[in-house]
Design a protein around this ligand. Structure first.
Ligand SMILES: [Zn+2]
Length: 246
């Protein structure tokens, strides 16, 4: 059962990860061979950071990648600086790496083939308190960019580049097609479907284990995705439906 279309409340997400996920960037929440990091993202217009998916069907070097923006330092006690005007530092005053610094060093080490790419679990916020599991990604690159803050001033910000990974439970060709489909359900469609179906399975009204269900499988030409061919289904009804298609 693919997990990556799953819709979660904030509480579900925190329980699944056994963490109070209060920050967007969470480096190596688990260590060791099965270790991974977590990032929280949002493509909503009012999101604090403008993360973006680069279109898969282009020749652009970033095609298919998630571009995740580095985060500003939280305002520490006594600071009067606007975090949007000062740079995003690699280290804290104590010399320890910031979250940006930890992800950056891992990305650069992976790019230089000095270590395997960090595995990153991505969750996307689609409405207040409502999240969507976007699956595992590999952190493959990062950069530090000067961006203008005024006529003669710039500040340095981080950019992180992640490639969707095949998750251990999503390795069949069928799953890969489904994964491609789920990635291509645009956020605006997800938000519209969530509102229309009022956060419930359209068949039984359940609010647990909900998924976005795409009526026409992508492999059969369901390429134009609108709210009309996407609906909310619970895990049970989603599973019943996929059994019928096979
Ligand atoms: Zn149901």
């Amino acid at each position: 059962m693919p997990r990556y279309r799953e819709i979660l409340s904030y509480t579900d997400m925190a329980q699944r990860e056994a963490l109070a996920l209060q920050r967007g960037m969470n480096f190596q929440v688990r260590s060791g061979a099965a270790g991974y990091s977590i990032i929280l993202m949002s493509l909503r217009k009012n999101a604090p950071y403008q993360d973006q998916w680069h279109d898969e069907d282009s020749d652009h070097p970033l095609a298919g990648l998630l571009e995740y923006k580095g985060h500003d330092l939280p305002n520490y006690a006594g600071s009067t600086d606007n975090p949007k005007h000062i740079g995003q530092p690699m280290t804290l005053p104590s010399g320890r790496l910031t979250d940006n610094g930890k992800f950056y060093q891992a990305a650069i080490a992976a790019k230089g083939a000095k270590q395997d790419p960090e595995i990153v679990q991505v969750y996307e916020k689609i409405a207040s308190g409502i999240w969507c599991d976007r699956g595992r990604h590999l952190l493959i690159d990062a950069e530090i960019k000067p961006v203008p803050t005024g006529p003669n001033t710039t500040r340095n910000v981080f950019r992180f580049y992640l490639r969707p990974a095949n998750t251990p439970d999503a390795t069949t060709p069928e799953d890969e097609r489904e994964l491609a489909t789920s990635r291509q359900i645009p956020t605006a469609v997800k938000v519209a479907v969530w509102k229309r179906d009022q956060g419930r399975c359209v068949q039984c009204g359940s609010t647990d284990n909900l998924h976005f269900d795409h009526d026409v499988p992508f492999s059969k030409g369901g390429s134009s995705i609108t709210p009309d061919n996407v609906k909310l289904l619970c895990a049970r009804h989603n599973l019943e439906k996929s059994d019928k298609i096979q």
